[in-house]
Structure formats: structure tokens, C-alpha cells
Design a protein around this ligand. Structure first.
Ligand code: CTP
Ligand code: MG
Length: 241
């Protein structure tokens, strides 16, 4: 059964969890405020979301204690209304807090990691379009490049996993607003915090569609990812990407 397309104007809001510390990136500011091409990762992400034709409003979950700094950084963003709230202890908390600040007339929601700062407009538009067309939950994914092995606690290989059926999942992840709101309202605290929102949908038995992701939607996680971000930005500047 295909759900009905989103009716009415289908106003679209993007939630941007940006409250993480960036432990894997190492010493320094919270990750969302670290620079690539001289501009904070969060500013790249919000500028691109706001410039996407689909996106009407952006709500950022800022690092604890940095709400005013983030508001100032985003003050001149064009193309969408931008609101900033303080994030929470886990990513899931940050998304829930941003969702609570979303205007009532938004019915398509994108959740997009600030750390995926260079995700292109075309990907944002494709995810939003899938939700408008009636998909309850949609995530971008790309094929896995490495050979994947399951290991035990001693580091001994248990098995080689067939990677052909695996996808590395990115953001923006798109949801019908009512679906995401129900998921977060009913989410129980788990021992292992979820690293994305589709995980909540899967646990609730909701159909999650995987669509083609983008190499440029990589997550800045480790120091080498900042080098990649610099290179992608330099190539964009030179007009060749
Ligand atoms: N995030 C958040 N609130 C948290 C934790 C994470 O909003 N309490 C956000 C991050 O800012 C990031 C996204 O969720 O944009 C994905 O998380 P991740 O890449 O793990 O970022 P960090 O948690 O900051 O990095 P690390 O796990 O290395 O500390
Ligand atoms: Mg993290």
C-alpha cells in the first residue's frame, strides 16, 4: 500500500543536529564549528539547506552553551527561516529538541547532520521529493567500499559479511512530520544510542526506503575528513565540481 502524497503546500523543515563534541576529530571547538574553507561546517550545511528550493525553515540544535554564537554565525543565511535551539546529550535528544521548535505548518521533515556539511542541494531535493510523493521515511545510502568482517572481543574474525547487500547510510533523512514526531514521542531510552533517525522507524516497523546517496554527503568524522572537505570546496571554487 503506497501512502498518499503529502497534501497542501507541503511546507518542508530541516532539523540540523549540531550539538556533538566531535571526539573523533580531536581537540578543538565542537565539530559543527570547526572550519573548512574558512567557514564553520554548520554554516556550510545550513547555507546549502536554506538554498534548496524545497526547504522553508531550518532548525539547528546547537552545542550546549553556544546558542548565541550559532545564531550570530547564521544571522545572514538567505533562503529560509533559521531558528536555533540548544541541543542535548545524545544525537537523538538534539533531534527531539529541534523537532519541538518546528513551526506547526511544516509537514515534510529532513534531518541532516551538520557534520555532513557538503551534502549537495540535489540530494536534499531528491529526499524531500520522495517524502512529498508519499514515502514515510527515506534515507540516502551508498555501496560499501571496504571488505567488512565481523570480529569477536579478542579481535578474531568471526565472518566476512557480504557487502553487496549493505549500504552506508547518510543524511538528509526524510520523514513525514507526523511519523517522525510519533517516533520521537514514543522512543524509549536504549543502552546504545541510535546514530540516525531511520533506526527509530525500523524499530517501529515503518517502511524505510533507501535511495541513491552522494559521495559529497560524507560525514566529517576524523581529521582526514577535514582534508577531503577542503579539497572538495577548492574544486567547487575552481568551478570544476
Ligand atoms: N549530534 C548532536 N547532539 C549530540 C551528538 C551528536 O546534535 N549530543 C550531532 C553532531 O553534531 C553531528 C551529528 O549529530 O552533526 C552526527 O554525529 P557525529 O558525527 O557522531 O558527531 P559527534 O558526536 O560530534 O562526533 P563524535 O561521535 O566523534 O564525538
Ligand atoms: Mg557522535
Amino acid at each position: 500500500v503506497t501512502p498518499a502524497p503529502v497534501g497542501g503546500r507541503g511546507r518542508c523543515g530541516a532539523l540540523v543536529p549540531a550539538a556533538g563534541r566531535g571526539e573523533r576529530l580531536g581537540r578543538g571547538d565542537p565539530k559543527a564549528l570547526r572550519l573548512a574553507g574558512g567557514v564553520p561546517l554548520l554554516v556550510h550545511a545550513v547555507r546549502t539547506l536554506a538554498s534548496a528550493p524545497s526547504v522553508d525553515v531550518v532548525v539547528v540544535a546547537a552545542p550546549v552553551g553556544r546558542v548565541e554564537d550559532v545564531r550570530a554565525l547564521l544571522a545572514d543565511v538567505q533562503g529560509a527561516q533559521v531558528d536555533v535551539v540548544e541541543g542535548g546529550a545524545e544525537r537523538q535528544d538534539s533531534v527531539r529538541l529541534a523537532l519541538a521548535a518546528l513551526p506547526a505548518d511544516v509537514d515534510v521533515v529532513l534531518v541532516h547532520d551538520a557534520a555532513r556539511a557538503l551534502a549537495p542541494v540535489a540530494l536534499i531535493e531528491a529526499v524531500a521529493a520522495a517524502v512529498r510523493a508519499g514515502t514515510e521515511a527515506v534515507v540516502p545510502g551508498i555501496a560499501v567500499a571496504d571488505t567488512l568482517k565481523q570480529v569477536d572481543a579478542d579481535g578474531t574474525v568471526v565472518a566476512t559479511v557480504d557487502r553487496s547487500s549493505l549500504r552506508a547510510i547518510q543524511t538528509p533523512q526524510g520523514f513525514r512530520r507526523s511519523v517522525l514526531a510519533d517516533l520521537h514521542a514514543n522512543a524509549k531510552p536504549t543502552d546504545e544510542p541510535l546514530t540516525d533517525d531511520a533506526g527509530l522507524a525500523e524499530a517501529a516497523g515503518i517502511h524505510v526506503l533507501v535511495m541513491s546517496g552522494s559521495d559529497e554527503a560524507f560525514k566529517v568524522t576524523r581529521p582526514i575528513d577535514l582534508l577531503l572537505a577542503e579539497t572538495v570546496l577548492a574544486q567547487r571554487d575552481s568551478g570544476s565540481a
